[in-house]
Structures are given as C-alpha cells and as structure tokens.
Design a protein around this ligand. Sequence first.
Ligand code: MN
Length: 138
Amino acid sequence: MNDVSDAFMISKILLVEDNESNRDMLSRRLVRRGFEVVTAADGESAIRIIREAKPDLVLMDMSLPGINGWDATRIIKSSSETSAIPVVALTAHAMTSDREEAFAAGCNGFETKPIEMDKLLATIDGLLARKRGPNADA
Ligand code: MN
C-alpha cells in the first residue's frame, strides 16, 4: 500500500526565476508534466520558501536580483535541513566556467537557457530517482 502511494506521490518543484514570462512558461510546462510547482522571483524568497515548503527539487536561475543563484545555493547547501534538496542551475551562459562555478556552489545539475524541456525533465527525473534511493523503482 505504501509502495503504491509512494510511486504516485507528486513531486514538488520550486522554480526560482526573476523573469516573469520565463517563470510562467516553465511553470506551466512543469505542471502539465504532473509536477506541483511553487515559484520565487528572487534569492531571498527562494531561501524562505525552501525552508517552509521543503520542495523535492529546486530549479535555480543563477542571475537573480539581490541574493543571486550561486549564493542562494550555497546557503541552501550549508544548512543540514535543506542540503539534501537537489538544485539544478538554470543559466543563459553555457561556458565551462559557469558550469564549474554552479557545481562548486553545490548545484546538482546544470541546464542552459533556452531550456530544452526533454533534457531538463531527464535531469529532474534522474535527481529525484537518486534522492528516492536505489530501490525506489523495485
Ligand atoms: Mn534571471
């Protein structure tokens, strides 16, 4: 019984993105794919929402007003309460240094904009499966 309900548990994603149209579009696409989506438009509210809503995964725009995505990720990863939540960096820069910087800040995945939905969904699925543990699909 528990196995069945676990398998159908809806994953909650926090989407952090300051650009309203990008945020709305990506949010709608994720909802259509069956995710519960909460959103934040800046690093401060992202950190607050992560502590309060405990999302299963965070999609983090790196370029944000105030606390940027790198610093927000460092803060999330430095707290034992939130450090296990996977963070996927979203950035318009595809340079190797950006990727390295995102992973150095604690990001668990990295996607460049414009977002390729299939690629992003594969990254999300991989990180959620890893988080659920090796026997999740058994
Ligand atoms: Mn931005």
